[in-house]
Design a binder for this molecule. Structure first.
Ligand SMILES: Cc1ncc(COP(=O)(O)O)c(C=O)c1O
Length: 393
């Protein structure tokens, strides 16, 4: 073993726990175990055919062969600008297309955050925000909101004894499935404005809201022009396109230009073929999105009542969006099973019952579990049966 000395900035970076759990589940499955993997954050549907066809056409016509502008092909930037209904008249110049929403957020941290500058978010939060802030050498400052669905509120922000450089809000939220109301978002926007903080709203699950819940994009509530309000989105979740790696940022032109300069040296353009696929997705009608959404809604409604019957798990409000359920493990269960934390518990569940779940530690909230219902209902039912057995033992 060589003793490599890596850059200081990577010393405190931890591997993505959800990806690690996914890898372990896949490994067990490849050894012939009947693993039901409910740890991953991706739709189980394949990309709709009309999107695949558009990509094939881009390859056949040679469009996929070459570099494109770093910020994306003009058609896609314009399509994204037109697609988002906004109080602004958005233009291509307000859009940076990136090789995933994850990269969009990474690049934003790179351009906004310097040494020790604080980035605030509500816990539980999506795993990568924290590490991306650390990679930018900023200070990640999670707040645990005192409300049942863990939403960030201005009351919590008012309690801070500093003004953060950036506030991140994820709406709908991974891992809780909570959806912010227009009024709640409105007051966060107002707070950020008054305090001159950047407000990044990650709306990657915007099309996946259920049971008549209303989702309101911040683009409908406030202008992004000449403002520190930034929206991140992409095709991964709504169009079942996680493998294509296309995301985007909507922001003031100056912010987009700065992003372009950094992205010039990170990726240059996102894969051209994926951009043409994303163009078809964004310009397509909503039929396939709605079909997938209906499936998720059905699964949520079928899964939730069964899940809440599992002994030893404690539930908050029913999720309204995304495709996750987030639940607390009664501390007595950990005691009884002699487990130090929920990471150990998820590994034990995987080994004993072949069900993969994500542990709360990765989301900044130990003691909780996240279950993804982006799986066929019969598999979810079987997983719940196994979980019931595990928690009854
Ligand atoms: C809240 C949130 N934001 C961003 C992403 C990144 O999406 P992608 O990189 O696939 O575009 C994810 C993926 O799991 C997510 O859950």
């Amino acid at each position: 073993m060589r003793n490599y000395v890596f850059a200081k900035r990577v010393n405190s970076i931890t591997p993505s726990p959800t990806l690690a759990m996914n890898a372990r589940a896949q490994q067990l499955a490849s050894q012939g175990h009947a693993v039901i993997n409910l740890s991953v954050g991706e739709p189980d549907f394949t990309t709709p055919k009309f999107i695949d066809d558009a990509a094939k056409k881009a390859i056949d016509t040679g469009l996929a062969s070459f570099y494109t502008p770093t910020l994306g092909i003009k058609e896609l930037r314009t399509a994204v600008a037109n697609h988002e209904s906004s109080i602004d008249h958005l233009q291509a110049a307000n859009v940076a297309v990136t090789a995933s929403a994850k990269l969009a957020l990474y690049a934003l941290m790179q351009i906004l955050v310097s040494d020790g500058e604080k980035v605030v978010i509500a816990a539980p939060y999506w795993v990568s925000y924290q590490e991306q802030v650390k990679l930018a050498q900023g200070e990640f400052y999670p707040i645990l909101p005192h409300n049942p669905d863990f939403k960030l509120t201005t009351a919590e922000l008012e309690k801070l004894d500093f003004i953060p450089k950036v506030v991140i809000v994820n709406n709908p939220t991974n891992p809780t499935g909570a959806v912010y109301s227009a009024t709640e978002m409105q007051s966060l926007i107002k707070w950020a404005n008054i305090n001159d903080a950047f407000l990044i709203v990650d709306e990657i699950y915007d099309k996946l809201v259920y049971n008549k819940t209303t989702f309101t994009s911040v683009l409908k509530l406030a202008s992004i022009k000449n403002q520190k309000l930034i929206v991140v989105n992409g095709v991964s979740k709504a169009y079942a396109m996680t493998g294509w790696r296309i995301g985007w940022v909507l922001a003031d032109e100056q912010i987009i230009t700065q992003l372009g300069i950094v992205l010039d040296h990170i990726t240059s353009n996102p894969a051209a073929v994926s951009q043409y696929a994303a163009l078809a997705a964004v310009n397509g009608d909503n039929t396939s999105v709605n079909q997938m959404k209906q499936q998720f809604e059905k699964r949520l409604n079928a899964t939730w009542p069964q899940l809440t019957e599992i002994p030893g798990l404690i539930f908050g409000a029913k999720p309204q969006g995304a495709f996750y359920c987030f639940m607390k493990v009664d501390p007595k269960v950990l005691e009884r099973k002699v487990m130090k934390n929920t990471t150990e518990l998820t590994l034990d569940i995987l080994e004993k019952k072949q069900v993969a779940l994500a542990a709360g530690e990765g989301f900044g909230l130990p003691g909780f579990l996240r279950l993804s219902y982006a799986k066929k209902q019969d598999q979810i039912n079987e997983a719940i049966k196994r979980l019931k057995a595990y928690f009854s033992e």
